[in-house]
Design a protein around this ligand. Structure first.
Ligand SMILES: Cc1cc2nc3c(=O)[nH]c(=O)nc-3n(C[C@H](O)[C@H](O)[C@H](O)COP(=O)(O)OP(=O)(O)OC[C@H]3O[C@@H](n4cnc5c(N)ncnc54)[C@H](O)[C@@H]3O)c2cc1C
Length: 564
């Protein structure tokens, strides 16, 4: 049975950064991923990564912007860690080979991004995630002796020992169907977010909330799950992302009257207010009949303001996206966009070392909730979050491993997972609904009722639907009964993960009876600092999530009225 000091589940930016850090601490490390590591969703990150690098900038200003962006729900100790360590982390990336864009003076160029009080987003054209992910992967290859890679292995369960500590995971080899136990002194979850719970979403098909559900089922608390980010600029046709970098470079938003309406909603920052503010403004324009397009459900993003040469240099991927997916040449005409699901601020609760309340279990990246994003994440703060807390989790886990013996995982856990998969394979053909149908209904329900605007009625409807879909998912049938690359059986398991995440999100949204950050309740339209500066935590029970609260850590920034 494979045994490791640190087993990292997920090989996006958080997982690879954790692996590198743990290996450099001398630990014996393994990274596991259900797809080839460089196909992780981090590869799609476009716009950039924030750090107060400019000599006239200060990490405290970055931290303040992040706290304000979070609508005062972010934990300020964690935000201070992230922002103060950001410049060194970005320089580290540069030194290991990430080709960040430079200005005419040869210095790192920094572009404007939403909610930031100055330009502090380092970028590689609009392929920043890809550039960083590939460089980290090279570094892992360099540490090949210390880092085992289990590529195309799908995790189905986490294991606890008698003392309650996490001591490994069970996974299925996607290529052969073999199920195996992996023993570990520490497990770091780096499984990414849960965007596929929604339809449409900017997230890749593999982003199905696996890590969140695995931790929740093991008994770890989830936090801030009600906070789901809608990005202001996603294609009306299919939800693909048009990076905030476009607005950072000077693109503007127009309604059907040709009005630059953000001047009314955020007179100072306009298109570069934080994402929750811009998405809400767009949705209001659409609801009040000033949307564009045949169904009047879009808004124009006009990038023609930006010089063509600059577009081709700094936004070349979205030139392709506009042409290939909307038939629009963004250098000469506006493109139709609308708010769409993009990111989840919530996740598995951790401390500033990435440790969860379960000994031996860590989480970092989008799967985790430290919480640095609180009610709303600033653009380009997520790549930073994955790297800072990925690294910290890797270091902490490696140190913990040095002081303990290797645990063991009983073979019965493998048998349990084999039985779970056999039961899926044995479902009679044609008996239940198709997985794709259930998934589509889930996504559309969430996008209708748990979106930019929410209320009690809609959320209750969503909760009932999720509960029904959970029953239907138990008998959903699959077509492929083979062992080699059986994506059907994995789809059935992913669906169960997504339903856990959806339930947690809806329960959290029902619980929070106020409007803050990404949660706007039309039945409770005001922010209520007296009662609601607190995190909602959800723990598994037989009747669904058990709700409790925890304090928000405030270090130096008291809540203020939030205007942009
Ligand atoms: C289109 C797009 C553009 C973005 N642009 C930016 C940007 O410019 N700046 C920014 O800061 N943020 C951006 N974000 C957000 C940011 O990219 C993500 O939050 C971040 O990359 C998540 O990284 P991660 O390492 O946590 O997870 P991911 O990169 O999603 O990796 C998850 C890993 O977990 C593995 N995994 C999951 N489940 C299992 C399982 N059951 N078994 C085994 N392995 C599993 C996957 O294979 C994968 O390796 C963007 C997001 C999207 C979708």
């Amino acid at each position: 049975m494979p045994a490791h000091d640190v087993l990292i589940l997920g090989a996006g930016l958080a997982g690879q950064r954790a692996a590198l850090a743990a290996a450099q601490e001398g630990a014996n490390v393994a990274v596991m991923s259900k797809v080839h590591p460089v196909r992780s969703h981090s590869v799609a990150a476009a716009g950039g990564i924030n750090a107060a690098i400019d000599p006239s900038d200060d990490w405290r200003s970055h931290a303040y912007d992040t706290v304000k962006g979070s609508d005062y729900l972010g934990d300020q100790d964690a935000i201070e860690v992230m922002c103060s360590e950001a410049p060194a982390e970005v320089m580290h990336l540069e030194h290991i080979g990430v080709t960040f864009h430079r200005n005419e003076r040869g210095e790192l160029d920094l572009r404007a991004f939403g909610g930031a009080s100055m330009n502090r987003t380092a970028y590689v054209a609009d392929i920043t995630g890809q550039a960083i992910l590939h460089v980290l992967y090279e570094q892992l290859l360099k540490h090949g002796k210390q880092v085992d890679r289990y590529e195309e292995w799908f995790v189905t369960d986490l294991v606890r020992d008698d003392a309650g500590c996490c001591c490994g995971a069970i996974a299925r080899d996607v290529r052969t169907g073999r199920v195996e136990a992996f023993t570990a002194k520490n497990v770091i979850l780096a499984c990414g977010g849960a965007g596929q719970v929604y339809h449409p979403t900017t997230n890749g098909l593999i982003v199905t909330g696996d890590g969140i559900a695995l931790a929740y089922r093991l008994g770890a608390p989830l936090m801030d799950m009600e906070m789901v980010q809608y990005h202001p600029t996603t294609l009306v046709e299919n939800g693909l992302l048009i990076t905030e970098g476009a607005r950072g470079e000077g693109a503007i938003l127009l309604n059907s009257d040709g009005e630059r309406f953000m001047e009314r909603y955020a007179p100072n920052k306009r298109e570069l207010a934080s994402r929750d503010v811009v998405s809400r403004a767009e949705q209001t324009e659409i609801l009040e009949g000033r949307g564009v397009g045949p169904s009047k459900d879009g808004i124009y993003l006009d990038i023609t303001q930006v010089p063509r040469k600059r577009i081709l240099e700094a936004l070349r991927e979205i030139v392709n996206v506009g042409r290939d997916f909307a038939g629009v040449d963004i250098t000469t005409e506006p493109i139709m966009i609308r708010p769409g699901q993009h990111y989840i601020m919530g996740g598995v609760k951790t401390d500033i070392h990435g440790a969860t309340p379960i000994e031996g279990l860590y989480a970092a990246g989008e799967v985790a909730c430290v919480s640095v994003h609180g009610g709303n994440r600033l653009g380009a703060n997520s790549l930073l979050d994955t790297l800072i807390f990925g690294r910290r989790a890797g270091v902490h886990a490696a140190k913990r491993a040095a002081a303990m013996p290797m645990p063991s995982v009983a073979h019965s856990h493998v048998l349990d997972q084999e039985a779970m998969i056999s039961a899926i394979l044995a479902r009679p053909a044609g008996a239940g609904r198709r997985i794709s149908e259930i998934k589509a209904e889930l996504g559309e329900t969430m996008n209708k009722h748990v979106a930019v605007y929410r209320d009690e009625d809609g959320l209750s409807t969503a909760l009932q639907t999720v509960k029904r879909l959970r029953e239907e998912a138990k008998t959903a049938h699959i077509d492929d009964r083979g062992t080699v690359f059986n994506q059907d059986v994995l789809g059935a398991i992913e669906l169960s993960y997504m339903l856990d995440c959806a339930e947690a999100t809806v329960v959290g949204a029902l619980e929070r009876k106020e409007s803050r950050g990404a949660q706007f309740r039309t039945d409770y339209p005001d922010r209520n600092d007296e009662e609601w500066i607190k995190h909602i935590e959800l723990t598994i029970s037989d009747d669904g999530p058990d709700v409790s609260y925890s304090d928000v850590t405030v270090t130096q920034w008291q809540p203020e009225v939030r205007t942009y």
